[in-house]
Ligand binder design. Structure first.
Ligand SMILES: NC(=O)c1ccc[n+]([C@@H]2O[C@H](COP(=O)([O-])OP(=O)(O)OC[C@H]3O[C@@H](n4cnc5c(N)ncnc54)[C@H](OP(=O)(O)O)[C@@H]3O)[C@@H](O)[C@H]2O)c1
Length: 254
């Protein structure tokens, strides 16, 4: 296998939730592999730092606002990219919501709806917009960032876990539907990773200690550790891989 099989040169990649954490690390990795990276999150300004880091490394990209809970905002981003002649060949669905932590029987329907709107409808509608265009481009590749919670529901995060399981099923379904169009779809299942998202777990010494006992490598991952597998899955090196789920979890699911 040559280095060029891992190259993303000449490709446009769209990453949701690229302003910080795992999405920012993925955006930088894809840019270093040669892709032009469209970095999105709810506010364009929030992605400025990621784009600056990409440019500092000699890469290329731009920031755009795309609230994935808003189907109209999603459609507008794809139309704008079409007009700029930057229709994405590659997509990473990464932005997710987890507005409620606690017993499911105590939660209200608002938190449920927000989680489903962002994590399921958002991933679905971004994928539909991207895949329609990848069809015209003659192919593409998509990676969905799910979670180990997709395979092992976590207490206190029931709705979030349900949506992550849905993302795995969505990955498998789209992989089958889109394979004839030359579009591959895979998922990455991060374990506990040191980001703002997980701070309620990582900043609580009791919870952290309990979680580290369940992780064979006995540490929290850094966001940068999620990025190489995403590059691989988007690259020609993974040309025969679709519908697969890759845990990057220090052995948690083993
Ligand atoms: N950290 C972990 O332990 C862990 C474990 C398993 C899976 N994951 C998954 O990894 C992914 C990234 O999480 P992270 O830990 O990197 O979280 P993070 O540091 O909190 O980053 C979340 C990103 O998503 C953006 N975002 C949030 N809601 C959005 C929305 N409605 N529309 C568009 N962008 C939105 C945020 O940007 P703005 O605030 O600027 O919009 C930010 O860029 C998520 O899918 C999460 O479920 C994380």
């Amino acid at each position: 296998m040559t280095d060029s099989q891992f190259s993303l040169a000449g490709k446009v990649a769209l990453v949701s939730g690229a302003s910080r954490g795992i999405g920012a690390a993925i955006a930088q990795q894809l840019a270093s592999a040669g892709a032009y990276v469209v970095c999105t999150s709810r506010k364009r300004e929030s992605c400025a730092e990621t784009v600056a880091a990409i440019q500092q490394q000699g890469g290329h990209g731009e920031a755009m606002a795309m609230h994935i809970g808003d189907p109209t905002a999603i459609e507008a981003v794809f139309s704008k990219l079409d007009a700029e002649d930057r229709t994405p060949h590659l997509l990473v669905n990464n932005a997710a919501a987890n507005p409620y932590f606690g017993p499911a029987i105590d939660m209200d329907l608002g938190a449920y709806e927000k989680t489903v709107e962002v994590n399921l409808r958002g991933y679905f509608w971004v994928t539909v917009q991207a895949a329609r265009r990848m069809k015209s481009l003659g192919g593409g590749a998509i990676v969905n960032i799910a979670s180990v919670n997709a395979k092992r529901a976590a207490p206190g995060q029931l709705i979030y876990s349900m949506t992550k399981a849905g993302i795995v099923n969505m990955t498998e379904g789209f992989a089958k539907e889109l394979a004839p169009l030359g579009i591959r779809v895979n998922a990455v299942l991060p374990g506990l990773t040191d980001t703002k998202f997980a701070s309620a777990l990582t900043q609580n010494p009791k919870i952290l200690d309990m979680m580290l006992r369940l992780i064979p490598l006995a540490r929290v991952a850094q966001p940068e550790e999620m990025a190489p597998v995403v590059q691989f899955l988007l690259s020609p090196a993974a040309g025969y891989i679709t519908g697969a789920c890759f845990p990057v979890d220090g052995g948690y699911l083993a």
